[in-house]
Design a protein around this ligand. Structure first.
Ligand SMILES: [Zn+2]
Length: 270
């Protein structure tokens, strides 16, 4: 199912397999002047392609290789000859999509492999220029797009909430903090995240999130240096594990969050 909302010249396209899915089962793509940012999951790929038939989508960008951001690529290429770009590190992963966990298969579905080109420093449409910003915190191939004149910031999966309590095993929370500081310095006017609502007047929320993650990271550091293990730290900081952990085969968990903040010690220890 697809639902759309217009924000200035940006069309937000929300997609989900089932209309009654909770928020976590929806993901957004954004369309501006023939540029599509992310192409959504497999289950809505046909519907999205049909919806875009009179929209003249010349270019698409994948913010990263995850299956809920790339799965209409092949459909758009076949139907409209859309040129699709992604971070150089995402190109092979999109060409040969990885095996999915059962929750991913259930909620999003398998992407058809597609050939994408490495994105450059910016993407230009008739009236706008989108700077490509590397934001490797969510995954090494993650990018955000910023239209400076309009203050539009497209953040893929980097921004979800001001107080995240779960993350994926590959998230790097210290890198995410650096990414968020970089985005805050751009002074965006509106944030268009993929997983959640549009954020108007976002700087206050970015400040809150940066302060929260910094405090969280320092607390986890402190507990680790007092000799606690990751499970004990998770219990101390977050309490019982979120139900989301079991529902996603531990792909989203508070334990991942703790481990992510402590990965720097693994690196240091070799
Ligand atoms: Zn993602």
């Amino acid at each position: 199912m697809i639902a759309t909302t217009q924000y200035e010249n940006v069309l937000q396209i929300k997609m989900s397999r089932y209309p009654d899915f909770p928020t976590a089962g929806w993901v957004c793509a954004h369309l501006v002047e023939g540029l599509l940012i992310d192409t959504g999951p497999a289950y809505t790929a046909g519907e999205l392609t049909e919806f875009l038939k009179d929209k003249d989508v010349k270019i698409a960008v994948n913010t990263h290789f995850h299956e809920d951001h790339i799965s209409a690529n092949k459909f758009l290429q076949d139907a409209y000859n859309t040129e699709i770009f992604a971070h150089p590190l995402a190109v092979d992963k999109i060409n040969k999509p990885a095996k999915l966990y059962p929750y991913q298969e259930e909620v999003w579905g398998y992407p058809v492999p597609s050939q994408v080109k490495p994105v450059g420093d910016c993407i230009v449409t008739k009236d706008y220029r989108f700077d490509v910003i590397s934001t490797p915190g969510h995954d090494l191939d993650h990018i955000c797009l910023f239209e400076k004149k309009m203050g539009w910031l497209f953040t893929g999966d980097l921004y979800v909430t001001t107080r995240p309590v779960v993350c994926r095993p590959n998230d790097d929370m210290w890198r995410t903090l650096d990414d968020l500081k970089k985005l805050r310095a751009l002074n965006p006017r509106i944030i268009f995240p993929a997983p959640t609502h549009v954020v108007k007047e976002p700087n206050e929320k970015l400040d809150k999130l940066i302060a929260y993650l910094l405090e969280l990271g320092n607390k986890i550091d402190e507990l680790y240096n007092r000799g606690m293990n990751t499970a004990q730290i998770r219990q101390e900081v977050f309490g019982e594990e979120s139900f989301i952990a079991n529902a996603t085969q531990q792909q989203f968990s508070s334990l991942n969050m703790v481990k992510s903040f402590l990965r720097k010690y693994e690196k240091r220890n070799g």
